[in-house]
Design a protein around this ligand. Structure first.
Ligand code: NAD
Length: 248
């Protein structure tokens, strides 16, 4: 059976690879992206791939996307809330509207799309997969908007899992460093800092998304996929890491 898959931010990076994986699994995919050129170019490559040009921070664009998807796909089985960007905070004096924009893209849109797709997802015993970040759990300075948004989507995940289960299973993936530009220009030190011995690829995340869509005993959960980066215990002078008080 062809499932109907919705992906946000599907024109590039993790979202794009997710679209490809579902298409290769025999599904029909509809994605929203605000990058018109990339979206159009990508959608021309696959018969069962449909592009809706829009910004997920706008509620009318979200409504338009879901209506478009219902028309093109005929059904909705999986919603992947992937689109997000923005990494500034209090040191850059990010203001109320700037903070609100990141929340709108990365947290309000996933809620609103879940609401708009609720009946279809319940009817089809579907799945919601949210994309957070390891930054939901650890931070650099000046990253309040992104960190809060990603922390929020982890909580949204378990809240939705309680509200929509057992019909809809809801899970979240928190990626670490993923090379979305296929740059492969990492230093030996970059790679050595990652316990898995490599920087992640979009496929490392999309394969987990597809796995979670097959599994039926996992819900409300967040999976950190960061090559072990956040698991390393570091004290000053360990592993050649030096804490510099002046750099703080
Ligand atoms: P990316 O920049 O490669 O692609 C994101 C896509 O989303 C782009 O096509 C962009 O045009 C689109 N987009 C962004 N804002 C949008 C909006 N408001 N409306 C519509 N489309 C929008 O990003 P990526 O690295 O693949 O990130 C995907 C997800 O993974 C994000 O939620 C991001 O926070 C998360 N993530 C990425 C990394 C990483 O290292 N790449 C690490 C942790 C988490």
């Amino acid at each position: 059976m062809e499932r109907g898959i919705l992906v946000t931010g599907g024109a590039h990076g993790i979202g794009k690879q997710t679209c490809i994986d579902f298409l290769e699994a025999g599904d029909k995919v509809c994605f929203i992206d605000f990058n018109k050129d990339l979206g159009e170019e990508f959608s021309k490559k696959y018969e069962n791939l449909y592009f809706y040009h829009g910004n997920v921070s706008k509620s009318d664009n979200l409504k338009g996307f879901v209506e478009f998807a219902k028309e093109k796909l005929g059904r909705i089985d999986v919603l992947v809330n992937n689109a997000c960007k923005g990494n500034k905070g209090i040191l850059s004096d990010l203001d109320y509207d700037g903070f609100d924009y990141v929340l709108s893209v990365g947290l309000k849109a996933p809620y609103e799309l879940s609401r708009l797709c609720k009946e279809e997802l319940i009817k089809n015993k579907g799945r919601i997969i949210n994309i957070a970040s390891s930054r939901a759990f650890q931070s650099e300075p000046d990253s309040e908007a992104y960190a809060s948004t990603k922390g929020g989507i982890v909580a949204l995940t378990h809240a939705l899992a309680m509200s929509l289960g057992p019909d809809v299973l809801v899970n979240c993936i928190a990626p670490g460093w993923i090379d979305v530009d296929e740059s492969e220009s990492f230093s030996k030190e970059d790679i050595a800092a990652l316990p898995a011995g490599k920087v992640g690829t979009p496929k490392d995340i999309s394969s987990m998304i597809l796995f979670l869509c097959k599994h039926d005993f996992i819900t409300g959960e967040t999976f950190v996929i960061d090559g072990g980066m956040s698991k390393r215990m570091i004290y000053h002078n360990d592993w050649n890491w030096k804490y510099s008080i002046d750099d703080k």
